[in-house]
Design a protein around this ligand. Structure first.
Ligand SMILES: [Zn+2]
Ligand SMILES: [Zn+2]
Ligand SMILES: [Zn+2]
Length: 283
C-alpha cells in the first residue's frame, strides 16, 4: 500500500498499485497547475485507490471540456485525478510518501517544453501524447510577446497575472520534500527576484496564501480558482517565482540543484549542474 498527502496534510490517500505508467509531462497546463517545469504522474487501477481524508477539501478547475484539475483548497497541492472511464487513477508522484517502485518512462508534450528548462536525460521524448495515447504535437498556448527586460507570468485559468522587471537574482531547482509536496512534482524550479521587480497585473485578490506551520518562510501562494502556484513575497523582501508559471523567457537558467540529497528516489539529476546538500555556501 502506498500513501500520498498534500503539503498541508488535509488530503490523504492510499493506493494499492501496481503502478503501470510513470510519465513526465511538459504541457503548459501541467506547468502552470503545478508551478513546476514538468509534472510526473503514476497510473494505477482505481479499484485500489482510497481517500483517507480531505476529499471534501478538494477544489476542481475545469481546464478543458473533458479535463479536470483537482487541488487542495488549503495549500494548492495537486491531488489525484480519477479517470473512471479508464478505471485508472493518476497520482502526482511528488506527493507519494513511498517509493512507487518505478521511474519515469518518457517525456510527454516535450513540444510544449519551456526553453528555460532543457531535458537532459535519455528518456524518449514525445511532442504530444505518446503514440499509444494518440500522439499529437503538443498544446498551443496563448502567445505572449517577448518584451525585452520584462517577463510575463500567469496562472492556468488566467485570473492572476504578473510581470517581472529585469532578471532574477538566481534560478535554482529545489529537491526538498516540502517543495516536492507543494508542487506535486519531482522538484521545484524557482527564480528569486526583489519584490520591487514584481508587479501584479490582475487577480492579486484571488491569491490564497498557505504558510507551513513551523517553517520560517515556506509555504505556497496559489490561485484560489485554479490552484496554480504564483509568486510568493517572503519576509526577506524577495519574491519567489515558480518558473513553471512563466509565459515568456526570464532570460535566466537554473544555476544548480539545492537539497539534492533530499531528491525523490525515482528522480535522477542529469543536468550536470552543481548539486548542494542544502544551500550553496554564501560568498
Ligand atoms: Zn493541502
Ligand atoms: Zn500535462
Ligand atoms: Zn487561476
Amino acid at each position: 500500500m502506498y500513501t500520498g498527502t498534500c503539503l498541508c496534510g488535509t488530503v490523504r490517500y492510499e493506493v494499492a498499485g501496481p503502478f503501470a505508467m510513470m510519465a513526465n509531462c511538459h504541457c503548459s497546463m501541467c506547468r502552470k497547475h503545478h508551478g513546476a517545469m514538468f509534472s510526473t504522474f503514476v497510473s494505477a487501477p482505481d479499484t485500489g485507490f482510497r481517500w483517507v481524508s480531505g476529499q471534501d477539501n478538494i477544489e476542481t478547475y475545469p481546464s478543458s471540456e473533458n479535463g479536470r484539475r483537482p487541488f487542495c483548497r488549503t495549500c494548492g497541492s495537486v491531488t489525484p485525478m480519477l479517470l473512471p472511464a479508464m478505471n485508472l487513477v493518476l497520482i502526482p508522484a511528488g506527493n507519494l510518501q513511498d517509493d512507487p517502485g518505478l521511474k519515469p518512462q518518457m517525456h510527454m508534450f516535450a513540444g510544449s517544453r519551456a526553453p528555460w528548462y532543457p531535458i537532459t536525460d535519455g528518456l524518449p521524448q514525445h511532442p504530444g501524447y505518446p503514440p499509444q495515447f494518440g500522439g499529437g504535437m503538443g498544446i498551443d498556448r496563448p502567445h505572449f510577446p517577448q518584451i525585452p527586460g520584462v517577463t510575463h507570468g500567469s496562472c492556468l485559468c488566467g485570473a492572476v497575472a504578473w510581470e517581472l522587471a529585469g532578471k532574477p537574482e538566481r534560478m535554482q531547482n529545489c529537491h526538498c520534500s516540502r517543495c516536492r509536496r507543494a508542487r506535486s512534482a519531482a522538484h521545484a524550479t524557482n527564480a528569486f527576484y526583489l519584490r520591487e521587480q514584481l508587479t501584479w497585473l490582475q487577480g492579486e485578490s484571488e491569491v490564497k496564501r498557505y504558510s507551513l506551520p513551523g517553517a520560517k518562510h515556506f509555504g505556497q501562494d496559489f490561485c484560489g480558482r485554479c490552484g496554480s502556484s504564483v509568486p510568493r513575497v517572503v519576509s526577506s523582501g524577495r519574491a519567489v517565482v515558480p518558473c513553471g508559471s512563466l509565459d515568456t523567457d526570464p532570460g535566466a537558467r537554473p544555476l544548480g540543484n539545492i537539497f539534492a540529497t533530499s531528491r525523490a528516489s525515482w528522480f535522477e539529476i542529469t543536468d550536470g549542474l552543481p548539486q548542494w546538500e542544502t544551500y550553496p555556501a554564501r560568498a
